[in-house]
Write a protein that binds this ligand. Structure first.
Ligand code: PLP
Length: 391
């Protein structure tokens, strides 16, 4: 990255004048506090004793037998709250505290980032507002209840498609009027600078631990590292430690929705074109006039027409490969993985697992694939039941 907040041509901060100062304050706070020994120690203690780091690297033996190659699972699903989102939230929540902020706001899709932020609000004693599209409020209602139990206010957003994009629009709008006392705790490695840099930073433990665990447990690096991509935070968290290891292939898997080739309503990196959304230049799902497409994907956390700028850069540079799987493939592997391992994967994470199934018969039996299991699927059980009713 040559220029501040830029990943090649991607990134930047295309925001209204009023937010520039607030974003610069966050960047200055990050630089002032996040590398101090006090901050590092406090975050490390919380990561261990509150969130449950380090997470194990688990050899999924029965699933490996089904696939015909070796599958290792990075168990971010075991973290407090049920997903990797807590890594970023503890870091940014602590930063907000060091910066003297009293209020948190956040957007959420699947509700995992909203829940993690609500937990941080309770933990740090801060008033918390969560913006969530009304479609997501309905399909992820267990998480909505949990957020409220933590004391957060959940604001149901009814503009546009009533999903993550619209929740971000409203959160940004609210922030412009409340920048003095409110910290916008952004949930993914996207949006305007400095969020992609900060979120990446707080998600890097996923990759650092995985790399070391491969060396300790297997005596070598994996052949492939696979993660689902919504905005891109869990993927960049695990990819970051392997980017300088050219022998390790990096694969990001997007939501392909119903999966027709002509469907332009899903899989941003696979089907999108370059434009500006939510403060960053990146790949987007848009029409020829720059109007953002509505997205449609079974998993709320991947239902987003943009993507973090570093992934756009990794795609164009060829260092990572991005692909998409359909809702049906996701439902199939959700069942297969749960029955093979007794672990219920989040629908988001099931996208990464579904890519493995597409490789069955194509990889040699000693190929080692590490999958980032970004979250657990308890929140998704009723959605799966609607599509695949159990007898
Ligand atoms: C479990 C889980 N995995 C993945 C994602 C996608 O987000 P990201 O691409 O930022 O990791 C979400 C988003 O809500 C999620 O809840």
């Amino acid at each position: 990255m040559k220029q501040k907040g830029r990943y090649g041509q991607f990134g930047g901060f295309y925001v209204p004048e009023v937010l520039i100062g607030a974003l610069e304050d966050i960047e200055a706070g990050f630089e002032q506090y996040c590398n101090t020994s006090q901050f590092i120690e406090e975050l490390d203690t919380l990561s261990r004793t509150y969130a449950g780091r380090p997470t194990p690297l688990y050899h999924a033996k029965r699933f490996s037998e089904h696939m015909g190659f070796e599958v290792y699972i990075k168990r971010e699903d075991l973290l407090h709250g049920g997903a990797h989102k807590i890594n970023n939230v503890l870091g940014q929540g602590l930063l907000a505290k060091y910066m003297g902020k009293k209020k948190l706001i956040a957007e959420t899709g699947a509700g995992q980032h909203g829940l993690a932020t609500s937990m941080a609000g309770a933990l740090f004693g801060m008033e918390t507002k969560i913006f969530m599209g009304s479609v997501d409020v309905a399909r992820q209602n267990v998480n909505v209840h949990k957020m409220k139990l933590c004391g957060a206010e959940v604001i149901s957003v009814s503009g546009g498609t009533c999903t993550l994009k619209d929740a971000i629009n409203d959160a940004l709008r609210y922030w412009t009027a409340h920048i003095d006392d409110t910290f916008y705790l952004f949930g993914t490695a996207g949006g305007p600078h400095p969020f992609p840099m900060i979120v990446r930073h707080f998600q890097t433990p996923i990759g650092i631990e995985s790399r070391q665990q491969c060396l300790d447990q297997l005596g070598r690096l994996p052949d492939k590292v696979v993660a689902c991509v919504g905005g891109g935070s869990n993927a960049i968290g695990i990819f970051s430690a392997f980017i300088d290891d050219p022998v390790v292939e990096l694969i990001g898997v997007e939501g392909g929705g119903k999966g027709t080739d002509t469907d332009e309503h899903c899989a941003t990196l696979v089907k999108g074109s370059v434009g500006v959304l939510h403060g960053a230049q990146t790949y987007l799902l848009q029409d020829e006039n720059g109007q953002i497409h509505e997205t449609e994907c079974i998993s709320a956390g991947l239902d987003y027409p943009g993507v973090g700028p570093e992934h756009a850069y990794l795609k164009d540079s060829g260092r990572a490969v991005y692909t998409a799987v359909t809702d049906e493939q996701v439902l199939d592997v959700f069942e297969l993985f749960t029955r093979s391992e007794g672990i219920i994967p989040a629908l988001e994470s099931s996208h990464a697992l579904a890519w493995l199934v597409s490789q069955k018969g194509k990889l040699s039996k000693d190929t080692v694939v590490v999958v980032n299991l970004s979250g657990r699927g308890d929140k998704d059980v009723s959605i799966v039941e609607q599509h695949r009713p159990m007898l």
